[in-house]
Design a protein around this ligand. Sequence first.
Ligand code: SF4
Length: 373
Amino acid sequence: KTINLKAFRDSEKLKGLEYSIKKFVEKIGRTINIMEFCGGHTHTIIKYGIDQLLEGYIRFIHGPGCPVCVIPSSRIDLAIEIAGQKDTILCTYGDLLRVPSSNRKTLLDLRAEGYDVRMVNSSLEALNIALSEKGKRVVFFAIGFETTTPQTAVLLLKAKELGLKNLYVVSNHVITPAAIQHILNSPEIRDIGKVEIDAFLGPGHVSTIIGTRPYEYFSEEFLKPVAICGFEPLDVMQGVWLVVNQIARGEAYVVNQYTRFVSREGNIKAQKLVSEVFELRKVFEWRGLGIVPYSALKIRKEFEAFDGEKSFDVKLPPPKEHPACICGKVIRGVALPTECKLFGTVCTPQNPIGSCMVSSEGACAAYFKYKRL
Ligand code: SF4
């Protein structure tokens, strides 16, 4: 279906929502702290000046951002180890190529040294490479929240169907609700300057797959309103309005702002594909959040012949981030990018030191692009 995006940037409607949000907040009598989990929302908020529009009324706390932001350097070390092996082609999505490993090396650096590292836009490109490069081991270094996991599931199902012997997947797929629960359970993360997160804006694209249902636990258990939102300015403003409205009335439930794409149940077909191929991983480390139990997916035993982590004899080193980079704090929402000493000087999108500056959805990249004076 065709969507007219102009309708989601209508200044008159924005002004109406601004007025109404401010009235609700005045009624509540204090600044409301809202965490936007997704970097796509952070970019919308900063790009369109929504944070400035609602200054003093709404405090936006930037959350984990995106899969590239939360991947620890040790997983990049793993990718580099695998890509450096003989007769191996490593394929992954674009931004990951620029994330520094523990010793500052990136997959792009490795490619410049002559190793075969390829950027793909779809998991199925890795399948085609495996079909055309039968003498090589082709590894898809899979990354993403729930939005890209079904694509990886399809890749593994196709590989099994075709009986491929030279295709492997390293799964770095992570789960959004598990990270939100971790944030809510962590006092250090939750109490930001003695203020608590009042509500969440949930990522609309993730909910196209998982629906809104997995968030109901947070509003019921933690009494936090959640609005699942789209990514245009009106989407975000309406999401803010929807949670502030609940706070003003002393209520907490999940509300679906992104009704043009999201349902309560989500995409059942995609969910079935994912559960056919993946199961929960007990231990997975996130940048900034540390080990978050059951927050990622591993490949099921039935597909273990394609599991790159089992097929390549590579051990995962402990993560070692740049000592001056505060990406971890930015991801937890306890520091702003501008509080980092390297922001905009040593660390820029051209020379990123941490993942939050690499990723096009990272908070540091958003501040660099839209907030530098
Ligand atoms: Fe890390 Fe750069 Fe962001 Fe600082 S500005 S936290 S070094 S990514």
